[in-house]
Structures are given as structure tokens and as C-alpha cells.
Design a protein around this ligand. Structure first.
Ligand SMILES: [Zn+2]
Ligand SMILES: [Zn+2]
Length: 81
């Protein structure tokens, strides 16, 4: 009867032992497209006057702080203790 054998295999089943998991908010890119209904039109105008591309804005993903991935919570948990 070995029920509790999953956590001692060395391979994290959550991240596949990468110790990182991709951010679901930006899909690992660190950037998210600003395409929602948020009213950033005044910034849009600023961008246009500066000659920037205002059609597709990308902003830093706030979920992962633009890193595109997180430290795996399972692995960091195991490490810190
Ligand atoms: Zn992200
Ligand atoms: Zn992990």
C-alpha cells in the first residue's frame, strides 16, 4: 500500500521539474495585449503624437511582472522548508 509515493519521485508533476510554470495571463510572453474595454484613449492619443503604434498595445503582464512565468509554488514550497 503505497499511496503517498507521488511526492517523493523527484519530478514535480506541476511544472515537470522546470521549477517554473508559464503564466496563464500572458501565456509565457510577459506581455499582454491591451484590447479590453479599458479607456486608455488618452494614452492612445499620446502614442500617436509620439509616432508610436497605437493599434496593438502591449502592456507588461501584472500577474507575472512581465517575466512570463512563475516559480513553481510546489517546488518553492519544497525548497524553502
Ligand atoms: Zn504573465
Ligand atoms: Zn514544480
Amino acid at each position: 500500500m503505497s499511496i503517498n509515493a507521488t511526492s517523493s519521485l523527484g519530478m514535480c508533476k506541476r511544472c515537470g521539474d522546470l521549477r517554473m510554470i508559464a503564466c496563464s495571463g500572458c501565456k509565457g510572453t510577459g506581455l499582454v495585449k491591451e484590447g479590453g474595454a479599458l479607456s486608455f484613449t488618452f494614452i492612445d492619443d499620446m502614442y500617436e503624437s509620439l509616432g508610436g503604434d497605437s493599434k496593438v498595445k502591449t502592456i507588461r503582464c501584472s500577474k507575472c511582472q512581465a517575466r512570463g512565468r512563475f516559480c513553481c509554488p510546489e517546488c518553492s514550497k519544497a525548497q524553502s522548508v
